[in-house]
Design a protein around this ligand. Structure first.
Ligand code: SF4
Ligand code: SF4
Length: 314
């Protein structure tokens, strides 16, 4: 478990790679998501992405909204998921709650919709999010966001009835038991299909994150990798709903000049040049709907549609 800490969050819990920021790739990008969500005024986008270490309290809210992985959390979520998997009714909290949680992350503000989905579809029974020490924490504005994210996946029909996530805001609501089951019982406690699903998620997210600094580097954000691993083994019905909620589709109209600029600027590799005299090919699983390709296209030839809206990205 994480080392005992009496402060939630620190700038060391945040990994920032300014070269991945959409504004660094294209100065006219309209993305301000991290700036808008930071409750501490720690993000500056003037002249490029930078985080003020004195103001950053490590709430990690920015990591849950950055669509390109320029801001990500440094903690190993897969290890936390593995620890939670060993307990029948686990408790997940921040590092301050180390003594009364079965698994911890730096701050619960970093739990994106993708993280919540992975928790829902990997664990069984009831998962309690330990908010008992959030009252006096400067990061507590994250609670509203966390509730909104859980509501969003629930309203989209993406939660799994096998695992119910609930919030515990006071110490009386925490029923902590340090009862990690042994390895044999752990394997028995999963249905075969569910365990395979968990194994896929764990192995996929255990990969060391490579930080690239060259501007042309393509990389899938950790959140998107987690989502793709989660949906890999789910029922067709759930996969369709996940697609509707998270995925987008890029298409080109007749004004496309085949310049391939969108493929060059796409930070994830979702757009690829196959032949130079046709528009780039598109891979939906690699697209995070960041909208950079549409903003960058000088001919206005590119459309992005999501499951819920036409041209709704960015
Ligand atoms: S959310 Fe990500 S891409 Fe958008 S401005 Fe912030 S760091 Fe850049
Ligand atoms: S295809 Fe466009 S919207 Fe999708 S990740 Fe690449 S640049 Fe962003």
């Amino acid at each position: 478990m994480a080392e005992s800490r009496n402060v939630t969050g620190s700038k060391d819990d945040l990994l920032a790679d300014a070269s991945r920021c959409m504004l660094m790739r294209f100065s006219e990008s309209s993305c301000r998501l991290c700036f808008d969500i930071c409750p501490h005024g720690a993000v500056s986008l003037d002249g490029g992405l930078s985080i003020n270490p004195q103001q950053c309290r490590g709430c990690l809210l920015c990591t849950a909204v950055c669509p390109v992985g320029a801001l990500e959390q440094s903690s190993d979520f897969s290890a936390c998921l593995a620890r939670l998997s060993k307990v029948p009714e686990p408790i997940l909290g921040c590092v301050r709650t180390n003594e009364c949680s079965n698994g911890t992350v730096a701050c619960l503000g970093g739990l994106s919709e993708e993280h919540l989905l992975a928790l829902c579809h990997t664990l069984t029974g009831r998962l309690t999010l330990n908010l008992s020490l959030c009252g006096d924490c400067p990061n507590n504005p994250m609670i509203t966001r966390l509730r909104q994210r859980l509501d969003a996946i629930s309203e989209a029909g993406l939660s799994d009835s096998r695992c119910h996530i609930n919030f515990a805001e006071s110490a009386q609501d925490i029923h902590y038991r340090d009862e990690s089951v042994d390895r044999r019982s752990f394997f028995k406690s999963f249905s075969n299909a569910l365990f395979k699903n968990a194994a896929v998620i764990l192995s996929a997210t255990n990969e060391q994150t490579e930080r690239r600094t060259e501007y042309a580097g393509k990389r899938l954000p950790i959140r998107r990798k987690l989502l793709n691993s989660t949906r890999n083994k789910l029922s067709q019905e759930l996969v369709v709903r996940i697609r509707k909620h998270f995925d987008s589709c890029v298409s080109f109209d007749d004004t496309c000049t085949r310049c391939q600029g969108c493929a060059a600027i796409c930070p994830t590799g979702a757009l690829q040049t196959e032949l130079s005299d046709i528009p780039p090919t598109f891979d939906q699983l690699l697209c995070t709907c960041c909208g950079l390709c549409r903003e960058f296209c000088m001919d206005g030839a590119l459309r992005i549609s999501t499951g819920n809206s036409e041209d709704g990205a960015g």
